[in-house]
Ligand binder design. Structure first.
Ligand code: DC
Length: 229
């Protein structure tokens, strides 16, 4: 499906931004309040990274990589992520995947192979979060938001998430990893992380979850001309 502007289709709301800006939790809640499906596109890049690492295919364009990405099948059900029939929800959130995902997601072959997958998932409208939703995947999205926060605030959130899951991590290592991934995601030539010109920028450093969600809901209602309740 090619994603085109259309008066009658369900709304497409996109939220881009760097790692740890709070996109996932915020986008999930906005989707719930808007009664739309939620799409975490980072999970798709993580899942393809898992598959390529397991098959020991290095992050460089090669016939083997091209063949493997064509075969890649990802799906979502009840907040779980599947590759084929395997539930990979936990397997895609390890430090090993964190380290490898930027290199694989910088490849044009990988990005192109995931375009249709993402667009097909938008058939009934959605709230999608990622890095290039507003610039490349859904340039005609009805609402485009770019969430940022300072690297320290983002590393702090990631650190607490990990500690909460019982992982042994240090704040300093988390901050270095966040900065490294920012650099790789922003400096790559394919679909680098940047705000679309028509997106609304929103810094979440000093805001709590409810403030961010309420503000985004206001933006959505105003753009989509939904009366406030
Ligand atoms: O949001 P996340 O941290 O789970 O994303 C993991 C990686 O996937 C991130 O470092 C960059 C890549 N990514 C991307 O290149 N484009 C997207 N739309 C989403 C994620």
């Amino acid at each position: 499906m090619s994603f085109m502007p259309a008066e009658d289709r369900a709304p497409v709301i996109v939220i881009d931004g760097p790692a740890g800006a709070g996109k996932s939790t915020v986008a999930r809640e906005v989707a719930r309040r808007m009664d739309l499906p939620f799409l975490d596109t980072g999970a798709i890049y993580r899942a393809i990274t898992l598959v390529l690492l397991r098959d020991q295919i290095p992050p460089a364009d090669s016939p083997k990589l091209r063949e493997r990405v064509l075969d890649f099948r990802v799906s979502f059900s009840d907040c779980r992520v599947f590759v084929g029939t395997e539930d990979v929800t936990e397997a895609i959130r390890t430090p090993e995947i964190d380290r490898a995902v930027s290199a694989y997601s910088a490849l044009r072959t990988v990005r192109e192979s995931l375009l249709d997958i993402q667009r097909n998932l938008a058939e009934n409208g959605l709230v999608a979060e990622g890095r290039d939703m507003g610039t490349v995947v859904f340039p005609y999205a009805d609402v485009k938001i770019f969430l940022t926060a300072s690297p320290e605030a983002r590393a702090g959130r990631r650190y607490h998430e990990r500690v909460g899951r019982g992982e042994a991590v240090s704040y300093d290592d988390t901050l270095s990893a966040v900065k490294r991934r920012d650099r790789m995601d922003s400096e790559r030539s394919e679909a680098p992380l940047r705000a679309a010109e028509d997106s609304m920028l929103f810094d979440t450093t000093c805001r709590d979850f409810e403030q961010v969600v309420s503000r985004i809901m206001d933006m959505c209602r105003s753009k989509l001309k939904i009366p406030a309740i």
